[in-house]
Write a new protein. Structure first.
Length: 208
């Protein structure tokens, strides 16, 4: 079995759920189970793919800055490192973001994906919900999207591919090696999105 290492940004957010999903997805695809938590520059240098989980985007950004790993992550992404940003992780990836209630916030982000997102676009914690999504790259079967204080994608550049919409609102995108979702695939009991990301990682390695 082929081996590669997938990192989960382990500073804040839903980390364990992604560890479990990635381990299962790797095993089902016949790949060696190898996941690590990313907490330092050394960790960033060692992985072939990166997941930025949901959580608090402001907290994640501040921790990345304080640990001085923002720039190394950005450089690796620009060099082609595949990255999957989930909910808050999408906000951290986006070049532009604002909050639905308070407007623009001065928060540190990676600012690498050509999208603008609206934080908390679907409401606060008590307004969390699930919805069946059409995501053609994953097949005809609908994907259960779990939305928790979710952002929406309000604008994309021409180089960004829209993967899914909910009632006309963009909730999943891909720009080259970067994938971002408003919803939480790790809570869906469906490994297809994680497998899709692993395919991107694998294809990236085959190019090297």
């Amino acid at each position: 079995m082929r081996e590669f290492k997938v990192g989960i940004l382990g500073v804040q957010g839903a980390i364990e759920e992604h560890v479990t999903c990635l381990a299962q997805a790797l095993e089902e695809k016949g790949l060696v189970r190898n996941t690590v938590w990313i907490k330092s520059v050394k960790d960033v240098d060692s992985v072939d793919g990166l997941v930025i989980p949901g959580g608090e985007s402001t907290v994640i950004g501040k921790i990345l800055s304080s640990k001085r790993i923002s720039q190394p992550i950005k450089e690796r992404i620009y060099d082609g490192l595949p990255v999957l940003g989930i909910c808050a992780g999408l906000v951290v990836l986006a070049k532009k973001s604002y909050d639905k209630v308070v407007g623009e916030k001065d928060q540190p982000t990676l600012s690498v994906m050509d999208v603008e997102v609206e934080r908390n676009a679907f409401g606060r914690q008590r307004e969390s919900f699930e919805a069946d999504l059409e995501i053609p790259v994953l097949g005809e079967e609908k994907f259960k999207g779990v939305f928790i204080r979710a952002p929406s994608i309000v604008e994309t550049e021409s180089n960004v591919k829209v993967l899914s919409k909910l009632s006309g609102t963009i909730v999943a995108v891909q720009e080259g090696n970067m994938v971002g979702t408003s919803f939480h695939p790790e809570l869906a009991d469906d490994l297809r999105l994680h497998k899709y990301f692993l395919d991107i990682v694998n294809n990236n390695l085959e190019k090297e």
